[in-house]
Design a protein around this ligand. Sequence first.
Ligand SMILES: Nc1ncnc2c1ncn2[C@@H]1O[C@H](COP(=O)(O)OP(=O)(O)O)[C@@H](O)[C@H]1O
Ligand code: SF4
Ligand SMILES: [Mg+2]
Length: 332
Amino acid sequence: MNRAALVQAEDLAKIFDVSAPWLNRVLERKPRQLLHAVDGVSFSIERGRTLALVGESGCGKSTVARLLVGLYEPTRGGMHFDGQDAHAAFKRPEGRKLRRRIQMIFQDPYASLNPRWLVRDIVGEPLREHEILQEGPALRARVGELLQSVGLSPLDMAKYPHQFSGGQRQRISIARALATQPDFLVCDEPTSALDVSVQAQVLNIMKDLQRERGLTYLFISHNLAVVRHVADQVGVMYLGRLVEVADKARLFEAPQHPYTRMLLEAIPKMKHTGEARTPVQGEVPNPLNPPTGCTFHPRCPHANARCKAERPPLQMLRGVQVACHAVEENRI
Ligand SMILES: Nc1ncnc2c1ncn2[C@@H]1O[C@H](COP(=O)(O)OP(=O)(O)O)[C@@H](O)[C@H]1O
Ligand code: SF4
Ligand SMILES: [Mg+2]
């Protein structure tokens, strides 16, 4: 076990039963359908560091997020948080203590903030809920501090969410997530709904908060350009599995997995203006009917017979963790 790790996911898996109702299945002779949204994901995050998860839509990023904060029970595997089995703890009464320490920020601040509540109540709710403070002057003062910590004014507590811009609303979500003084924040595409100029402001606030409070982040994004700003380590997901995990600098300089290479080639090249970027080729396959062997093989320029038959394990190759036969065989 990695001693410095605050968060350690081990073989995390979530299978959804998406079968038609029983009667339809019997009448129409349809088989049960199981969707492997997350299928054996392991990683660790050191205290005070950021692991970013990237991958196209549908590859299982949000499901990992929901597993980590205890919104989903894993079908297999689990998570250790600060040395304890988190999913076992979530079920016990002491689980509340753990839930305080792990908070989530969602993509859409419009949907995640109750429009009929004052900001005071939105940010103060976790304090009341976890019985940290009762309604009263101390709670107000604490809400004011939380708003200031994300660059808003304490006076903003008397307003409603619709009175703020998208970026300000996401700051309110962050203030709310910080209310219980968590050590781990799971951020699921926190800036994807925002304009590019506003994204940078919110990302900078998140980085400052991390530095000041020693926060540990799992940061989810489909956008590698955003990941470049925030991550220490990057995990690339494809159809429910990690296909590459590497330090950020290493991943951007020398991507190994053909999927990572494809994603990187699709980023607009700032330095070489005019140079055409290569759009991501092909589409993510249907997760209900995944390809055999390496699930990336239908889109991979290096696929061969072994790739179609045999699933490559995630293993240490060339100093990074990567799941690819061609890398193992030194063909690429
Ligand atoms: N509650 C659910 N029930 C059934 N299928 C789900 C559920 N949540 C997610 N999925 C499916 O699991 C896969 C992964 O989804 P998700 O974790 O949301 O991916 P991402 O966040 O990377 O876009 C998708 O195929 C999605 O349709
Ligand atoms: S295992 Fe084969 S198909 Fe999969 S990424 Fe590597 S080369 Fe491509
Ligand atoms: Mg998602």
